[in-house]
Ligand binder design. Structure first.
Ligand code: PMP
Length: 426
């Protein structure tokens, strides 16, 4: 029995055989530094996939902040503590005026759950508008509006899931695509109102990541937001994947997409692997919610988390990671565009900043098997990527933001070779 087989058997006997593992032959990492991961065998892999270790695996600034604060004090927010205030001021300074209050949680799911709870209370409505291929978390409320991951929870009656348009796979002219997609929004809202649910909120990832980085027509996001507001709903931007400078040009995906939200949910990269999340909103929204609810979350906003959060923001600033993501993202995107022209089976290059992809299609049909083959081929060359989208036919390249110029050739080289290899099998 190989070591991997033994670990897989132990997993089955303890945490169960159902939590998914990446790759035909799973990887067993024992350490990580920056954008490199080391396997038990000693093999090193370039991380082109993980967005949680945002400023790099085992980042020294984060580790130091965490250990120093943990060695001094960790306590909840029912006592005064300066750390959480320092962090909140630093975090809120990255948002536009009007998004100037923050509530903390410990996971993206908690943040989304809280944002929905706030929206329901403020509007008196329960209706939710979501994408028909998205993921927002693990709670019952969220499972009942999740469409992009297999779940036994049916869509709740108060949820309407609309198809987010994608100009890369829709052959119609952009104006037609836009008009049809906004009509879907109107119809979904009208249905929720007729059924008596009203509209509490829309919940979308501004990059439409799970959807496969959908390239929506100009005017779609603004049209969606207008319609939600007109129906009395709040706009929630799920920035668990799109936030913290991922787009390169903007700190927040909603600003990049022109989404203008009432509530923004943060997670994943926020603590570089330390579990923390947040809902950012306005004074008015917080006052309306806070005056009616005693809200307390035991672990959220503790000084260790706050210290970690500060270290992430400090590291981003010190290493100018956003500017780097913008520069590298532009360079990588043009290389992806060239790969798309070189191979007929690559139907589109997708994404922005350090969130990029290639979409695969054969004879006009999505080609998930080909995408899988390329992900495995890239892995054999020592680089980690994955795939997304409703057909899992879009490569997902979303490395830590600490990814540097020196690593780009390794990523592009592995991808180019794996594409050539896939091409030779057709
Ligand atoms: N929203 C989005 C967009 C996500 O990608 C995820 C996690 N994949 C979540 C919410 C849920 O976050 P968590 O797993 O931290 O609860």
């Amino acid at each position: 029995m190989t070591t991997n087989d033994a670990l897989i058997a132990r997993r089955a006997r303890t945490i169960g055989p159902y939590s998914p593992l990446f790759y035909d032959e799973p990887l067993h990492f024992v350490s990580g530094q920056g954008v490199w991961l080391t396997e038990a065998s000693g093999a090193r892999f370039l991380d082109g996939y993980n967005n949680v270790p945002h400023v790099g695996h085992a980042n020294p600034r984060v580790v130091q902040a965490l250990t120093e604060q943990a060695a001094c004090l960790n306590i909840h927010t029912r006592y005064l503590n300066e750390r959480v205030l320092d962090y909140s001021e630093q975090l809120l300074a990255t948002f536009a005026p009007g998004l100037d209050r923050v509530l903390y949680g410990n996971s993206g799911s908690e943040a989304n759950e809280l944002a929905i709870r706030i929206a329901r209370q403020l509007t008196g409505a329960t209706g939710m508008l979501v994408s028909d291929y998205s993921y927002h978390g693990t709670t019952i409320t969220l499972a009942q509006l999740t469409t992009g991951l297999r779940t036994r929870e049916p869509l709740a009656p108060h949820v309407r899931a609309i198809r987010v348009p994608d100009l890369d796979s829709d052959p119609r002219p952009a104006e037609l695509v836009l008009a049809a997609a906004l009509q879907d929004v109107d119809d979904a809202i009208a249905e929720l109102q007729e059924a008596g649910f009203g509209l509490a909120a829309s919940l979308f990832d501004p990059l439409f990541s799970t959807e496969g980085m959908a390239r929506v027509p100009e005017g779609y996001v603004a049209g969606l937001v207008d319609r939600v507001r007109h129906a009395g709903g709040l706009v929630i931007a799920d920035e668990v994947q799109s936030g913290f400078g991922r787009t390169g040009s903007h700190m927040w995906g909603h600003a990049w997409a022109g989404m203008d939200p009432d509530l923004v949910t943060l997670g994943k990269p926020m603590g570089n692997g330390h579990p923390m999340s947040a809902v950012v909103t306005s004074e008015r929204v917080l006052d309306e919610f806070g005056s009616r609810n005693e809200f307390f979350n035991t672990f959220a906003g503790n000084p260790v988390s706050a210290a970690v959060g500060q270290a992430v923001l400090d590291e981003m600033a010190a290493e100018q990671l956003m500017a780097r993501a913008e520069r590298l993202g532009t360079e990588a995107r043009s290389a992806f565009d060239s790969l798309a022209t070189r191979h007929d089976f690559v139907s589109a290059a997708k994404g922005v900043g350090m969130f990029l992809g290639l979409e695969f299609a054969l004879d006009g049909h999505p080609a998930p098997e080909l995408a899988k083959q390329v992900v495995e081929g890239v892995k054999r060359r020592g680089v980690l990527i994955s795939r997304i989208g409703r057909h899992e036919s879009v490569l997902k390249v979303r490395p830590p933001l600490a990814f540097g110029h020196a690593e780009l050739p390794a990523l592009l080289g592995a991808l180019g070779e794996a594409l050539d290899e896939a091409s030779s099998t057709l």
